[in-house]
Design a binder for this molecule. Structure first.
Ligand code: NAP
Ligand code: MG
Length: 473
């Protein structure tokens, strides 16, 4: 049975809860997984609180070395982690390998940051010395979704640990395996007991318990808008600081002077990677009308060449598969036309596979253009002018990512600055690097993960003023 990892040990639930995880028929046999409750969450929080003084008070160099050992161990163990991730999620093994490498990259990047100077000295007046220091929040709760389980856990854990916090991590119930393996790996390379705890269970129970626990001083949540709202309400009572990384309906704007082959290649990657189960997927294509047909033709050709199970994997669960299929029906009922894929094309019920689908004849007010599908579905919308493209891109409740394809760099820069989103890609889609801060505008959330910026969200500034007495010299 897969169990919690608390205070350096694997432990079952205090009240004995468990459930059977049937990985959408991918596993040789279903596995039994611990299902915790508020008592287990409290136990994990207490463990993190007990480990806090020692962890925050060791030298930052030593913390950095620990993070580097985690990075090295992950790289050395990539096969085992990638296989486990592919089993839980169904994603192609090469994608899992890239995500494990990305997880190691996070730890490596934040390990190097220990060498950066922290804090400022403020020149205010003679006889007054003021400096600022950064302090950890304390116990940080990290709640992650199922789409990139290990990678998203590492994205939040690495800066949180670097800043001197201790962590209680709660993965999504359908993808618990690599988070537990990760905690075991951290212990193996010498992370002190209690510094990283993983508690398993349902979000509405264990997740809520973490957010409500009075000892938790900060929560980083990656997931859906409705759950983000629920957590925000609980946090409001406690004045609890949050980082919210939520959904998206990101637009890619393609102007008529663009390299259409490059645009087609990047857009197909943008909406089919991880079968579209990526928060920053490019799921709306805004294309200048003069090149609409040419670009759609190139995209359709590329989609037809994608191999099921190699380039595009399944949808994570039967439930999510049902949601994606419903959206295909919604789009067609609204009058969209499937240029490739669609509800009538091959959908593999048992394997939860949805053929990548491109809809034309879409109006931006349709549900297929406004709502996050979290499947491999692209909505194509025509525009005529730059102003119209910007207005369409911003006519969305979300604001996670955006793209611009243009040979006119001034135009690309104008549009990039006008799109309301946390990250913009010019002449590419989804440049991902650990150094690049990542987060949302509008319903896509607030706070930032990644880059040096993330450290500011896992620590708080203290100003210290020292009265030096009268200065006469
Ligand atoms: P979700 O349903 O919101 O769940 C996310 C996590 O929150 C899971 O661990 C879930 O646990 C937990 N949870 C559920 N209810 C909770 C509650 N009341 N209190 C505390 N925690 C609770 O999201 P998902 O379906 O897993 O993931 C898909 C969503 O994540 C999409 O909207 C996607 O855009 C977003 N996402 C955003 C980013 C980003 O960086 N912006 C990255 C990846 C995904 P259980 O599932 O175990 O119940
Ligand atoms: Mg969910």
């Amino acid at each position: 049975m897969l169990t919690h990892f608390i205070n350096g040990e694997t432990v079952p639930s205090i009240n004995g809860g468990s459930f059977v995880l049937d990985q959408a028929s991918r596993a040789a046999k279903p596995i039994e997984v611990t299902r915790g409750d508020a008592q287990d969450a409290a136990s994990a929080v207490e463990s993190a609180a007990a480990a806090l003084p020692a962890w925050r008070n060791i030298s930052s160099q030593e913390r950095g070395r620990a993070l580097q050992r985690v990075a090295d161990a992950l790289r050395a163990d990539i096969d085992r982690f990638a296989q486990a991730e592919s089993l839980d999620t169904g994603k192609p093994i090469e994608l899992s390998r890239a995500e494990v490498t990305g997880a190691a990259d996070y730890f490596e990047f934040y390990a190097t940051l220990v060498n950066l100077p922290v804090g400022e000295v403020l020149d205010i007046e003679p006889g007054l010395h003021v400096h600022t220091i950064r302090e950890p929040y304390g116990v940080v709760g990290i709640i992650t979704p199922w789409n990139l389980p290990l990678n998203q856990a590492a994205r939040a854990c690495a800066p949180a640990l670097l800043a001197g916090n201790t962590v209680v991590l709660k993965p999504a119930e359908v993808t618990p395996t690599t988070s537990i393996m990760f905690a075991e790996l951290c212990k193996h390379v010498g992370l002190p007991d209690g510094v990283l705890n993983v508690v398993l269970g349902q979000g509405s129970v264990v997740g809520t318990a973490i957010v409500e626990h009075p000892t938790v001083s900060k929560v980083a949540f990656t997931g859906s808008v409705p759950v983000g709202r629920t957590i925000s309400r609980v946090a409001a009572e406690r004045i609890l600081p949050l980082t919210l990384e939520l959904g998206g309906k990101s637009a890619c704007v393609v102007f008529e002077d663009s390299d259409l082959d490059l645009a087609a290649k990047e857009i197909v990657r943008a909406f089919t990677t991880n079968a579209g189960q990526v928060c920053s997927s490019g799921t709306r294509l805004l294309v200048q009308e003069s090149v609409h047909d040419a670009l759609v033709g190139k995209i359709v050709d590329r989609v037809k060449a994608l191999r099921e199970g190699v380039d595009v994997g399944p949808i994570i669960t039967q439930q999510q598969f049902g949601t994606v299929k419903d959206y295909l029906q919604v789009a067609e009922d609204e009058g969209a036309t499937a240029a490739v894929g669609g509800s009538g094309s091959a959908v593999d019920e048992a394997g939860c596979y949805v053929a990548p689908t491109v809809y034309t004849n879409v109006d931006n007010s349709m549900r297929i253009a406004q709502e996050e599908v979290f499947g491999p579905v692209l909505a194509v919308i025509k525009f005529s002018s730059e102003d119209e493209a910007i207005a369409l891109a911003n006519d969305s409740d979300f604001g996670l990512a955006g793209g611009v394809f243009s040979h006119d760099i001034a135009q690309a820069m104008r549009v990039a600055s006008a799109i309301q989103a946390g990250q913009i890609y010019i002449n590419s889609w989804s440049t991902q690097s650990v150094q690049m801060p990542f987060g949302g505008h509008k319903l896509s959330g607030y706070g930032r993960e990644k880059g040096i910026e993330a450290v500011n969200h896992y620590s708080q500034v203290k100003s210290v003023s020292i009265n030096l007495g009268a200065v006469t010299a």
